[in-house]
Design a protein around this ligand. Structure first.
Ligand SMILES: [Ca+2]
Length: 41
């Protein structure tokens, strides 16, 4: 059984910055896990 996570990332004003459901990281095979990569300035 897998978790099948998803992620939603919001800023302090409630704006959605990123969403991920089934996204592999670089080099990973297909996955039901979520993955977000974000550069903060
Ligand atoms: Ca998922």
């Amino acid at each position: 059984m897998c978790l099948d996570s998803y992620l939603r990332l919001f800023d302090s004003a409630g704006n959605e910055l990123a969403f991920s459901d089934d996204d592999p990281a670089a080099g990973e095979p297909f996955t039901f896990d979520s993955y977000i990569e974000l550069d903060l300035e």
